[in-house]
Ligand binder design. Structure first.
Ligand code: CTP
Length: 387
């Protein structure tokens, strides 16, 4: 049997990027041989195994043929007769269809290295159309490698358009659509994902709710920059809030959606099963981003309104989420310096120092404590706004 490193690990190493996951393909072996060597079978549909020590994935070389509609209609063939070239030919992009022997030699029958050099995302064969998820994958790779200069080959773009127009994308499950979208939102240039999907007609099929974002006739707000520019900008904003992948994706999803109305956002989130944390932030951003632009300006802000913002967004109990909300408004404004956000945050921190303690000590009880805190904060805010 022969073992080769394949897929993303070879591609990323050739691009000089860090390699996290290593996938291997095994040629000339039977499942029993791997089981005897202590590998653990994990694939239900395909013969995929985990290495006993490294836990890396080892898949038997296979061919796939589409036998029906939808994502499940595949006939998979594997066995010692399936060659490395057969296995590589079923893969999505040439840059993902390069194999590497243990001595470092590359096997590249479909021109993946040339496409890496030319910064081209090109499909391997017409079998590309058999898997509708690939439309999303290509858009995601376009976003991920945009800064390196990659773009989609015209012939691949044409196939993606054909797939979108055929209605085949409708067979993708919401979970798969969201998973790819989530990965795309985490990229440095997330807006490219949506641009590529738009140009190949896939956006209308996958995210009909986002269609208004391409309506250039809406000039309702002069300050409003396009949602895609805001998304690009949000990814550029160096911020310490994006501590985890979840917060990064949540902020960017909210920035993308915040110019849509709340019913549309709810419908989108329900349909593609967006996690509730992301949905909540998107809904808050939609309701409040325009107010934040106004309320953060001392001349325009009324203390009652600013306090209502803190109350309505539950800022006292959820300060991290409030900071994310300010970040969304910042991205919407598209300005390098967004003093509204800084001020609302400073005021918030100042008002937060007014707590229940002194009122409890005065003997206040129950709702009277909350009312007293509210009044004290209101008075303090009025003072601040006068200063
Ligand atoms: N692959 C494919 N079609 C798919 C999914 C995967 O052809 N729909 C192939 C590609 O050759 C890909 C490999 O399987 O390189 C591994 O897939 P995956 O781990 O999902 O992606 P990577 O290319 O490794 O990229 P990432 O870094 O995003 O994991």
């Amino acid at each position: 049997m022969h073992i080769y490193l394949v897929g993303g690990a070879v591609r990323d190493a050739l691009l000089g990027l860090p390699v996290y996951d290593k996938d291997y393909v095994v040629v000339g072996a039977l499942p029993e041989q791997l089981l005897q060597l202590g590998y653990q079978q994990v694939g239900k549909d395909f013969p995929v195994f985990l290495h006993p020590d490294s836990k890396n994935e080892y898949a038997l070389a296979r061919t796939e043929r589409k036998a029906g509609t939808g994502y499940t209609g595949f006939i998979c063939e594997f066995g010692p007769n399936v060659t490395l070239e057969d296995d590589l030919s079923r893969r999505d992009l040439t840059i993902n269809a390069i194999a590497q022997q243990q001595d470092g030699t590359l096997i590249d029958p479909y021109g993946g290295q040339a496409d890496i050099a030319q910064r081209t995302l090109r499909h391997v064969s017409d079998a590309f159309i058999e898997d509708p998820l690939r439309v999303l994958r290509v858009a995601r790779f376009a976003a991920r490698f945009h800064q390196l200069g990659f773009s989609v080959a015209p012939e691949t773009h044409a196939l993606m358009q054909q797939m979108a127009d055929s209605g085949e994308l409708m067979s993708l499950t919401p979970e798969r659509v969201w998973k790819e979208t989530e990965k795309a939102l985490a990229c440095d240039q997330p807006q490219v994902f949506f641009e590529v999907l738009y140009h190949c007609h896939a956006l209308a099929a996958l995210f009909p709710e986002l269609a208004p974002l391409w309506d250039t006739t809406d000039t309702s707000s002069e300050q409003q920059i396009s949602a895609l520019q805001a998304l690009k900008y949000s990814a550029q904003l160096a911020n310490t809030l994006e501590k985890t992948l979840t917060t990064r994706v949540a902020c960017r999803f909210a920035v993308l959606c915040q110019t849509l109305d709340t019913d549309t956002i709810s419908a989108l989130c329900q349909r593609i099963k967006v996690p509730s944390e992301h949905k909540e932030l998107a809904l808050l951003a939609s309701r409040w981003h325009a107010h934040i632009h106004q309320l953060g300006q001392p001349g325009l802000a009324q203390a009652e309104e600013v306090l209502a913002l803190y109350q309505a967004t539950d800022a006292w109990r959820r300060p991290e989420r409030f900071a994310q909300l300010l970040l969304c408004a910042h991205a919407d404004a598209g300005l390098a310096h967004y003093p509204q956000g800084t001020r609302l945050w400073q005021w918030f921190n100042e008002l937060k120092t007014i707590t229940a303690q002194p009122f409890v000590a005065q003997g206040l009880k129950g709702p009277a404590i909350g009312e007293a805190i509210f009044q004290a904060r209101l008075e303090r805010l009025k003072q601040i706004l006068k200063e």
